[in-house]
Write a protein that binds this ligand. Structure first.
Ligand code: NDP
Length: 454
């Protein structure tokens, strides 16, 4: 922490050392700004500590059970494979600690000063951290988002994604509430690790916002893996009973679980941030309102990442941070490009998606051709597993551009990243058709679909 009074003023004071805050701090400092960054929880934020990174490690861990079963058709005999939760959990924690240190070194190396404490804005240019006031020409809010728990009787018995990574005891029976990214990913993880998983979604069909075919197909494939995925159902109340937590569902049925995970969305992490001492305003959805340059209604205060709404994705926050830093401190005028943002859900099998859904294209009144392919992955001809893959292209008939690309299947996240480059470059269906496939892969299907839906 700065020692003397004059060390408490800076060009940029960043609140929150998550994906967006760290990148903004490092880039601004490398461009010559004097930067302070305050964090009271963990360096790297949600993504590194209780999000993307540990989640992906757990996804890897959860895929082994299936691989052991599939190995039999290839001649392997794997007997007595057992899973030990503390080993996975503690190895994960060691890796996260290593990443925390790397983040610290990166910040130090960039010249930014890390302040360990909870920061509160007390004026347009003033931030308080544990009783010390700092003056900043600009303040950047990058405090991310926090899990939202619905209000129902006994909701305090449910945990969120903040707690699930470090459970003391492995949940033999897991109840998951929600039908979005986090719910669906954790249902897959714990199902793969051996829990008996029930996932409840309040609406007709989960993964709202994804392509309709993807939602239906993913539901069917996930149900095949053993997740008890139920729609039009929610939790009415929870109560502790002798052998776990008893959930009364909205249809009156009762089920008992060891752990109940609420994965019902995230809200901006602004409690106690002191925004009332400024002109910073929220938008209709409750997120911090910013303009194209991430400037709030208080001209000296900026905000980016999850707390501003939009796609709550690490690479989006990082890109916003680069745009912000270069625009404010690099004498450049950069603008964030939100067009064609690829995304993946690491459920099992994966969902990968780039561009428009068929429904969104129709809503925009576009004339489209739809190409669809559904097949059994080659690997499962010998493994005997009854898993299928879906691939779908949406082509704008006027321009021949591929405007939507969707996949449910192994490695969909990896495959869609490459496809996103082509789509960003404006690839047409003719470009896809003239691209030579890599044989035998699943991805080659994207360049061999010739017949549109009638
Ligand atoms: P999502 O918005 O993806 O999903 C929230 C789910 O909870 C929806 O199914 C929603 O239903 C449901 N829900 C909301 N309120 C209630 C309620 N009161 N009772 C029952 N169900 C409710 O949020 P997540 O929490 O899963 O994730 C937050 C964000 O984090 C994601 O949107 C994504 O941007 C990001 N993320 C990205 C990942 C990745 O890139 N792989 C992984 C994890 C998170 P409804 O659809 O009806 O509103």
């Amino acid at each position: 922490m700065p020692e003397s009074r004059k060390d408490t003023s800076c060009d940029l004071f960043v609140i929150g050392a998550g994906s967006g805050g760290v990148r903004a701090s490092r880039v601004a400092a490398s461009l010559g700004a004097k930067v302070f960054v305050a964090e009271d929880l963990y360096l790297g934020g949600t993504c590194v500590n209780v999000g993307c990174v540990p989640k992906k490690l757990y996804v890897y861990g959860s895929e082994f059970g299936k691989a052991f079963q599939d190995a039999a058709g290839f001649g392997w005999r794997v007997t007595d494979a057992t899973f030990d939760w503390p080993t996975l959990r503690d190895n994960k924690s060691r890796e996260i600690s290593r990443l925390n240190s790397i983040y610290e070194r990166l910040l130090d190396g960039s010249g930014a000063t890390v302040i360990d404490g909870r920061a509160r804005v007390v004026g347009p240019h003033t931030v308080d951290v544990d009783g010390v006031e700092y003056q900043a020409e600009r303040i950047l809010l990058a405090t991310g988002s926090w899990p939202t728990k619905p209000a129902f009787s006994g909701s305090e018995l449910a945990i969120t994604s903040n707690e699930i990574f470090d459970l003391e005891t492995f949940p033999t029976r897991l109840l998951v509430i929600g039908g979005g990214y986090i719910a669906t990913e954790f249902a897959g993880i714990f199902n793969g690790l051996g829990s008996q998983v029930t996932q409840l979604y309040r609406g007709e069909l989960f993964m709202r916002g994804f392509d309709g075919d993807v939602r239906r197909f993913a539901a069917q494939e996930i149900q095949k893996t053993g997740v008890d995925l139920r729609f039009n159902l929610n939790v009415a109340s929870l109560q502790r009973v002798s052998d776990g937590i008893e959930a009364t569902l909205t249809d009156g049925t009762v089920l008992t679980a060891d752990t109940v995970l609420c994965a019902t969305g995230r809200h901006p992490n602004i409690d106690g941030l002191g925004l009332e001492s400024t002109q910073v305003a929220l938008n209709a959805q409750g997120y911090v309102r910013v303009n194209r340059d991430f400037q709030t209604d208080e001209p000296s205060i900026f905000a980016l990442g999850d707390m501003t709404g939009g796609p709550q994705l690490t690479p989006v926050a990082i890109t916003q941070a680069m745009v912000f830093a270069h625009t404010q401190f690099g004498n450049e005028s950069r603008v964030m490009d939100y067009d064609v943002i690829p995304t993946a859900v690491f459920c099992q099998p994966n969902i990968g998606t780039v561009g428009l859904t068929e429904e969104a294209a129709a809503e925009q009144g576009l004339s489209i051709s739809v190409f669809r392919s559904e097949f059994r992955p080659m690997k499962h001809t010998l493994s005997g597993r009854d898993e299928r893959t879906l691939m779908k292209l949406i082509v704008d008939t006027a321009s021949d551009r591929v405007i939507g690309l969707h996949m449910v299947g192994p490695d969909a996240g990896e495959i869609c990243q490459g496809m996103a480059v082509a789509m960003k470059a404006g690839a047409t269906k003719a470009h896809f058709d003239s691209t030579i496939g890599i044989h035998p892969t699943a991805a080659e299907e994207f360049v061999t679909m010739r017949t549109p839906d009638a």
